[in-house]
Design a binder for this molecule. Structure first.
Ligand code: C5P
Length: 241
């Protein structure tokens, strides 16, 4: 679980993973969401490098006792945080899910569906939902107006969520290749990779999509926190969540 981001788009304050939702840090919600799945035996959290002790203390205090949870120092980018997390997973683990700490409310059904699809033989699996908005590609101009290049057919587009699931060797291999590319200074001309499945695609691997869920949204901007609070309140009213 990469959880080392600053969360600057949320506004000033603590690192995003430590912001609270219903009185509980986002990170704790996200870890609980994974441990609810019987497919998950171990959670490795990549914490802010200067916040490892704080994250360990936090996870000790929120009813996660008895779960196998390890905390490592994350990196300067999401990709680096994932790579450092992967390195801390025991060799015998064959299937890995990568889940953003910033998606605290992912339903257990999504976690199970992703894990099952990898178990059934897929190399890389992403949960995704159709788009409500029409999407345009533009020539970015700071402050705009921005010329439109084209409009992809919305029916072929999906908004991708996490957890993303992988055969462990496949994920480790593309992260190692990306690191080698960066060290050689070769990555500059390529668009940035913003998810792990994107790395698999870059190196020619096959990625499949399974249905995601609207409640697996990423908490990025202040309005997302308002929505997350509302979803949580509804769940708490419906059961002893
Ligand atoms: O920035 P973005 O919202 O795409 O971040 C997605 C996830 O990656 C978040 O859970 C964030 O904490 C994590 N991240 C990280 N290390 C970084 C930057 C982001 O673990 N250096």
């Amino acid at each position: 679980m990469p959880a080392a981001g600053r969360g600057e788009r949320l506004g000033p304050g603590a690192p995003k993973a430590l912001r609270e939702l219903g009185g509980v840090p986002l990170l704790v919600h996200a870890v609980r969401a994974l441990t609810r799945s019987r497919a998950v035996g171990l959670v490795v959290v990549a914490a802010p490098a200067d916040g490892v002790a704080e994250v360990v203390a936090l996870l000790d205090g929120h009813g996660l006792e008895g779960k196998d949870i390890r905390v490592v120092a994350g990196g300067a980018t999401r990709q680096e945080s994932v790579r450092l997390g992967l390195a801390a997973i025991p060799a015998e683990v064959g299937i890995v899910l990568v889940h953003d700490a910033a998606r605290p409310l992912v339903p257990v059904e999504v976690v199970d569906a992703v894990a099952s699809a990898v178990r059934a033989g897929a190399e890389a699996v992403v949960p995704a939902v159709p788009l409500a908005d029409t999407v345009k590609r533009v020539e970015p101009v700071r402050g705009g107006p921005e010329p439109v290049l084209d409009t992809p057919d919305r029916a072929t587009l999906r908004a991708v969520q996490t957890p993303q699931g992988f055969r462990r060797e496949a994920l480790a291999e593309v992260h190692a290749k990306a690191l080698a590319e960066e060290s050689a200074g070769d990555a500059g001309a390529l668009p940035p990779v913003t998810d792990d499945a994107g790395l698999v695609e870059r190196f020619g691997g096959r990625v499949v999509v399974v249905p995601g869920h609207e409640e697996a949204f990423k908490v990025t901007r202040p309005l997302d926190l308002v929505l997350a609070e509302a979803v949580l309140a509804r769940r708490r009213a419906a059961d002893a969540y």
